[in-house]
Design a protein around this ligand. Structure first.
Ligand code: C5P
Length: 240
């Protein structure tokens, strides 16, 4: 368990995008001084099941369960209830699931009482989607317009926060104020590989845009020295 974290760590979530529990434990130990939040994504959750949440919490970081729930309201409410019982701190769902689905998740969390209340984060437009991807799924126009529309809808329906690219974060902060948590994946240190991500920015740019929490995967996970990569990002956050 890590109590003394590096300055900047409070705004860094490391994506544990690794195949199994052993790799996750090794990575969690390595980045523990630099990340207040550890994100469990589909790969790790499907491989290891719900027990992985307690494993991650044992490293002293807040567990972030990134399942991007998107289904009928009853199914999402039931899954949300289960996730809350696991003790996750953040849970994602897709804004495209619509207001009834988000309201059902909200009610599931609220009905659970004070214990095990995850923050519900609505994913607006995936950071891997560019303008042409959105057009292909019938959403022509600027990604930022879709992000803002979906963010307003999701917050009205009861989401606690929003997931978007750092590129739209500034527009959301201006429109929505300081209240909502804004979580930004799509973070790349200067000169870093984009991989499949499209709408990216540096850690300093994400902070300047008003991001509450920066999610970083490959720039740390695939680095030759993940601790050094995490430390450098922390330092950039702290200096911004
Ligand atoms: O490796 P990279 O830094 O691109 O990882 C980003 C992480 O954030 C991945 O785990 C990905 O699933 C997640 N994510 C994302 N875009 C969203 C929501 C979550 O990239 N809109």
């Amino acid at each position: 368990m890590t109590r003394d974290r590096h300055p900047g760590a409070e705004r860094l979530a490391v994506a544990l995008d690794v195949p199994d529990r052993e790799a996750a434990a090794a990575l969690a130990r390595t980045v523990a001084p630099y990340a207040a939040v550890l994100k469990i994504g589909l790969e790790l959750f499907v491989a290891e099941g719900p027990g992985i949440v307690a494993d991650v919490a044992a490293h002293g970081a807040a567990p972030f369960l990134d399942l991007k729930l998107h289904d009928i309201p009853r199914t999402v409410a039931a899954a949300t209830r289960r996730a809350a019982a696991l003790g996750v701190r953040y849970l994602t769902l897709h804004a495209l699931g619509g207001p009834a689905m988000i309201r059902a998740a909200r009610e599931a969390v609220d009905a659970g009482g004070a214990v095990g209340r995850p923050e519900l984060l609505a994913v607006t437009v995936l950071t891997s989607h560019g303008r042409e991807d959105l057009e292909a799924i019938g959403l022509p126009g600027r990604p930022a317009d879709h992000v803002l529309r979906l963010a307003r809808m999701a917050l009205d329906a009861g989401a606690d926060g929003i997931v978007c690219s750092p590129l739209e974060c500034c527009v959301l902060r201006e429109a929505l104020g300081d209240g909502p948590t804004i979580v930004t994946p799509g973070v790349r240190p200067l000169g870093g590989e984009r991989g499949d991500q499209r709408r990216v920015a540096t850690p300093a740019e994400a902070v300047a845009a008003g991001s509450s929490l920066l999610v970083v995967g490959r720039p740390i996970v695939a680095a030759p020295d993940p601790a050094a990569a995490a430390r450098a990002i922390c330092e950039e956050i702290a200096a911004s």
